[in-house]
Design a protein around this ligand. Structure first.
Ligand code: NAP
Length: 485
């Protein structure tokens, strides 16, 4: 347990406060299956308090010069970086991910999010249009008011900061809700905000469940902008609540991402990259490539290589520095993974690796939610295992013959978040990238991120884009001013 944090509190108006009804939920450590802290089980009244604070803070914050907002956000990034070890430990305990991943990836990326948007707001440009010598138009981009920011459990601080940073950098205030499964890093963030001198009420964090807190945020009439990341089913509910109120929404939803390996690829690089894209964070990254398609001439070599490299991943206590595969986030999620591995076998799949829990890790982790990285072969492209998002350490590999066939396979899916293509043929890379229906196409890489590029999904993977200018535009209201000559 992180010292002194056994009971998490809401962060409202710059202060840590108890939930009004005094109710708490156990916060379970996935590696042990035991509660290690408590998280507020907040209600709409707590959201109301946060909205009041955010509304009051908006008056001043929206008029604060961008250079000043920038300085405060940079100080916030510094504060997180100073406490990187504390944040990484909290994230590892909360999520079950290896502490090395939290330390080297998640927390540094959260720091980058704040730095990126702190400086981006210093370099924005306003559009101007001259209308045939009769008028002059310019576009004012103004903060939209109180934003509602809802995030999932897989990359808790990274995804929440990806929303908070652009929202408040643009002069909005925020009511944020992290997943109740992984609240600890958001809890620590309040302290960092105060150290950075963020004015009270600019960022408010209300902990609790989706049906109570998430729903209250999306339904609140004073919260006009909703940025949501989570599953497609929940996203649909969020959209249903927001649509009649004409709220501005960004929905970053689920994925079932294709990972395509052509026989002309650098196969060593493709295998190494695919181990990461399949099993990073126990496969619990929305961008993980869970449907692998390999051209027939390279199929057996690739399967053998992937099985071999994956079997060497060190599954262990997430707090051990050498662990590469930690625990699944919750018992429910573990049951879901097991369900799909059984289903895959009923659908004719063969388990080439994994398929069950590992041997006991250590005494501390004997009741933890662990599952071996699992590789399945022999499934039909259109079966349920190949269509539905599992969100765990399970991938399926299917052979294909030619480009046209694999593009059809890749697009035969309700989701469209991201894809990877491995080939040394540049023309093919361009051709395939153009035809794949996903918001991001990685060629000869995976999860290489440039924060300036639009990020988001097609089809049922979401609506809208985040990142760079997309986020700055999303969190501002464009107003055209037309001046006649
Ligand atoms: P989830 O169950 O949809 O939950 C996401 C967030 O929404 C949580 O904070 C949740 O609260 C809240 N929520 C639940 N019901 C709500 C409601 N009725 N109204 C408003 N908010 C509500 O997703 P998850 O299981 O945490 O995360 C996994 C999913 O996220 C996967 O599908 C994954 O692909 C997706 N994801 C997408 C991206 C992307 O960028 N596209 C990135 C990461 C993850 P509780 O936790 O308290 O239920």
């Amino acid at each position: 347990m992180t010292e002194g944090n056994d009971r998490i509190q809401n962060f409202i108006d710059g202060r840590y406060v108890e939930p009004l009804a005094g109710a708490y939920l156990d916060n379970i450590e996935p590696a042990t299956g035991k509660p290690y802290s408590q998280v507020p089980d907040s209600r709409p009244e707590d959201v109301e308090l946060a909205v009041t604070a955010a509304e009051k803070a908006f008056e001043q914050w929206s008029r604060t010069p961008s250079a000043e907002r920038s300085t405060i956000l940079l100080r916030l990034a510094d504060a997180i970086e100073r406490d990187l070890e504390k944040f990484a430990l909290a994230e590892s305990i909360d999520t079950g991910k290896p502490v090395s991943l939290a330390r080297n990836l998640d927390i540094p990326r959260a720091v980058s999010n704040f730095r990126f948007f702190a400086t981006a707001i210093l370099h924005t440009e306003n559009e101007a249009h001259v209308t045939d010598g009769v008028a002059f138009n310019y576009t004012l981009r103004q903060p939209r008011g109180i934003t509602g920011l809802i995030s999932p459990w897989n990359l808790p601080l990274y995804l929440l900061s990806w929303k908070i940073a652009p929202a408040i950098a643009c002069g909005n205030t925020a009511v944020a809700k992290p997943s109740e499964l992984t609240p600890m890093t958001a809890h620590l963030l309040g302290e960092a905000c105060n150290q950075a001198g963020l004015p009270p009420g600019v960022l408010n964090i209300v902990h609790g469940t989706g049906p109570h807190v998430g729903q209250a945020i999306t339904a609140h009439p004073k919260i006009t902008t909703i940025s949501f990341t989570g599953g497609t089913v929940t996203g649909r509910k969020v959209a249903e609540t927001c649509a009649p109120m004409f709220k501005k929404m960004s929905l970053e939803l689920g994925g079932k991402n294709p990972n395509i390996v052509f026989a002309d690829a650098d196969l060593d690089a493709a295998i190494t990259g695919s181990v990461r894209s399949s099993f990073a964070n126990q496969g619990q990254v929305c961008l993980c490539g869970s449907r692998i398609f390999v051209q027939r001439a390279a199929y057996q070599h690739f399967v053998d290589g992937l099985v071999d490299k994956t079997s060497k991943l060190r599954i262990g206590d997430p707090l051990e520095p050498t662990t590469e595969q930690g625990a699944i986030v919750s018992k429910t999620q573990l049951e879901k993974v097991k369900f799909y591995v059984d289903l895959a076998q009923q659908e004719g799949g063969r388990v080439a690796l994994g398929g069950r829990a590992p041997e006991q890790i250590n005494d501390r982790c004997r009741d933890g939610y662990f599952f071996q990285p699992t590789i399945i072969t022999g499934l039909a492209v259109g079966c349920r295992t190949n269509r539905e998002e599992i969100f765990g350490p399970v991938v399926s590999i299917t052979p294909f013959d030619d480009e046209e066939e694999v593009i059809r396979y890749a697009n035969d899916c309700d989701y469209g978040l991201a894809s990877s293509v491995w080939t040394q043929n540049l023309s093919r890379a361009h051709r395939v990238a153009e035809q794949i229906q996903t918001g991001t196409v990685w060629v000869n890489c995976w999860l290489l991120r440039d924060l300036r590029v639009p990020f988001g999904g097609m089809k049922q993977s979401g609506v809208g884009r985040e990142g760079g200018n997309e986020a700055l535009h999303f969190f501002t209201e464009p107003k055209n001013v037309c001046i006649a000559k």
